[in-house]
Design a protein around this ligand. Structure first.
Ligand SMILES: [Fe+2]
Length: 137
């Protein structure tokens, strides 16, 4: 053990790791670590992702700090979809980037949200960078 405090209540095992990298997965962050130690605390059936999906149906329990009512989840999803299809206007020349059309002349497929444009993408009219675009409306 490394000496760092660990939660052992309601746990079957403890893993400790040294974080070597992290990945933003959109809804959460995935930490990638080298395992420093691993210890079984007691025998039992672990809470698995399969159990979570079967019994909680992938939803957060009502009293969890991250709980959101189904309506709120749906409106968040709708807002995210709206944001993904939001048009952006070039502040320099007025060109409008429409995600529904993309920029096929420059290798950007229709349906590509503005925030998913390649880093080097520039305004096809004046050459301004993405940082010189503003959301429409
Ligand atoms: Fe432009």
């Amino acid at each position: 053990m490394t000496g760092c405090p660990v939660v052992t209540e309601n746990a079957l095992a403890v893993f400790e790791g040294k974080v070597v990298s992290s990945v933003d997965a959109g809804t959460h962050t995935v930490f990638i670590a080298d395992v420093a130690s691993a210890h079984a605390l007691k025998a039992g059936r672990p809470l698995s992702y399969a159990y979570y999906r079967e019994h909680l149906r992938g939803k957060t329990p009502k009293y969890a700090p991250t709980y959101m009512p189904a309506k709120a989840i749906e409106s968040t999803r709708e807002k995210r979809e709206e944001d993904a299809m939001k048009k952006y206007i070039c502040d320099v020349c007025g060109y409008v980037y429409d995600p529904a059309e993309g920029d096929p002349d420059n290798g950007v497929a229709a349906g590509t949200p503005f925030d998913k444009l390649p880093d080097g993408w520039v305004c096809p009219v004046c050459g301004a960078g993405k940082d010189q675009f503003s959301p429409e409306g």
